[in-house]
Design a protein around this ligand. Structure first.
Ligand code: FAD
Length: 490
């Protein structure tokens, strides 16, 4: 085919993948739930090659699917099974740390840099890039930017949007926008970078970024707490916020079902507290200064929590290895859940104060549909972002009649519980393909119309990742009056 030959001329034979065995890992999503063919995958080495690829795709009328580490949990980075087969533009060869400015506290990177590599490069100059998540060994900064990734550090440092100062993007006409500013202040009209952040590859291909760095904490304390219920966890969060202010860097909630899945599926993980039943919190304090002092602060807050009957047990890590072991349990949840069965994962967020009410309402609503289904709960409680996951073994799920409809009803029940508390159905993973239907349900027509206008302005040929984020304009939607009500609810 002429387009594939043109790619080979441009990039060399080894940078154009057409064989099934080479494409296998790129056309199926991380959970193995979505799989669809691609025309080919191309592996550019620099922004100019990305731009030339886009120009060739325009010429041949072929859609473009940017791909990072392919760790999307909402089916965002694999081909859509309708319409023309896309060209996957995988940025794995673009992994250069371009420069670090330790005085300005910034780092300029290629978009294909793996997140863990960015952490290491920042740490080597005594700096921290604070976005941290379970997939950090394989997800790329371009994917993080395209999804506005959150993770465990949002409570203190914000999400990806808060940590990106500048972008370089290949646009839909095959030109390159150089927005690589390393500025904390820049009020020169609309801030275009914010449109690309979180756009999930639908507006352009991010090829480079300027990231904000922070001082590398020299003191850390991590504790594992057992609590009886989410309300007590919330009260403990309040104690930490009142006593530790911005030194509180993570506050993660897990229920007993989640801990059991990790212990069953992931060898070498252990629960730091003796009692599994009930609820668990991982709390982290970090700062410059001494570990001794911050550990003493942690212990003092925990003593007060114990006195007030808020926690039933607590273990404070006494070494770096113990801190890592606690985080390993937390970061193993997605892998454990993937191995154990089928979780109907949600990505809701509600105001932090409403987390206990949300969990109670979602549980009741889901049980009304599937009585007795075990519910796995894991989330970034400090941000109000809870992944509420009704869970089935593979056998149970395969025996379920009408699985797609059941999954939709369960998702809507959970998302409605969040919406009733002015929450959202998509906090950090993005829309991808799994939440397109929820966009129609929850977003007011005026919002969808504005988003479509943005898409039309940035990508008039609908070249980039078609079928993602925005539902088709003609799709049946809720009536405007209902949509407006729901909009108020979300
Ligand atoms: C074990 C595990 C734990 C996770 N934990 C978290 C978590 O705590 N918080 C969280 O937010 N997410 C989490 N995720 C989800 C996922 O890791 C993030 O969404 C991540 O940001 C995706 O990065 P990626 O490079 O893998 O992107 P991909 O999956 O490859 O792509 C995601 C989307 O971004 C687009 N895209 C990718 N690269 C570019 C680019 N250069 N330019 C334009 N568009 C692009 C793709 O087209 C797609 O729409 C987790 C995933 C796993 C597997």
């Amino acid at each position: 085919m002429a387009l594939i030959e043109a790619f080979k001329q441009l990039l060399g034979d080894t940078a154009v993948l057409t064989q099934d065995e080479d494409l296998a890992g790129l056309i199926e999503d991380w959970r193995g739930r979505f799989r669809a063919p691609a025309l080919c995958a191309v592996l550019p080495s620099n922004p100019q090659q990305v731009a030339a690829i886009v120009r060739l795709c325009i010429e041949h009328g072929v859609p473009v699917l940017p791909q990072g580490g392919n760790t999307s949990l909402c089916g965002g980075a694999t081909p859509f099974d309708e319409g023309k087969r896309p060209v996957i533009v995988a940025l794995t060869r673009m992994r250069r740390i371009r420069s670090i400015d330790p005085v300005n506290n910034t780092m300029e990177v290629d978009a294909g840099c793996v997140l863990a590599t960015i952490h290491e490069a920042a740490a080597a100059t005594g700096r921290l890039y604070p976005v941290s998540l379970g997939a950090e060994g394989s997800c790329q900064i371009g994917g993080n930017i395209a999804t506005n990734a959150g993770g465990t550090g949002v409570l203190r440092y914000g999400n990806t949007r808060d940590n990106v100062l500048g972008l370089e993007v290949v646009l839909s006409d095959g030109s390159i926008w150089d927005g690589l500013y390393a500025l904390r202040k820049n009020n020169t009209g609309y801030d275009l970078k914010h449109l690309f952040i979180g756009s999930e590859g639908t507006l352009g291909i991010v090829t480079g970024a300027v990231l904000k760095l922070h001082p590398l904490p020299t003191a850390e304390a991590v504790a594992w707490l057992a609590v009886d219920d989410p309300q007590r966890a919330l009260d403990v969060l309040g104690l930490f916020q009142a006593s530790c202010s911005s030194r509180l860097s993570a506050f993660e909630l897990l229920n007993d079902n989640q801990i059991r899945l990790v212990l069953e599926q992931m060898p070498g993980r252990r629960c730091p507290v003796a009692r599994i039943d009930g609820w668990h919190v991982v709390v982290e304090l970090s700062d410059t200064g001494s570990t001794q002092e911050i550990t003493a602060t942690m212990q003092a807050v925990l003593e007060r929590a114990l006195e007030q009957g808020l926690i039933s047990d607590a273990v404070v890590a006494s070494s770096g290895a113990q801190r890592q072991a606690m985080w390993l349990v937390r970061h193993s949840v997605s892998e454990a859940n993937k191995k154990a069965g089928v979780g109907l994962t949600s990505d809701t967020a509600v105001p932090v104060s409403a987390v206990p009410a949300f969990i109670a309402q979602a549980t009741a609503s889901v049980r009304a549909i599937v009585p007795d289904v075990p519910v796995v709960v894991v989330g970034h409680m400090g941000d109000g972002n809870i992944h509420f996951i009704p869970f089935f073994s593979f056998d149970e799920w395969n025996a379920m009649p009408d699985r797609d409809s059941l999954a939709d009803r369960v998702r809507q029940a959970i998302d409605d519980a969040a919406g009733a508390l002015r929450g959202t159905f998509s906090a950090e993973h993005g829309i991808g393909r799994t939440l397109i239907g929820e966009m129609s349900r929850y977003k007011a027509p005026v919002e969808l119309a504005l988003m479509r206008a943005v898409k039309q302005a940035f990508d008039p040929l609908s070249l980039f990742n078609p079928g993602r984020v925005l539902p088709p304009a003609a799709a049946p939607s809720v009536s405007p009056s209902v949509a407006t009500t729901r909009q108020r609810e979300t």
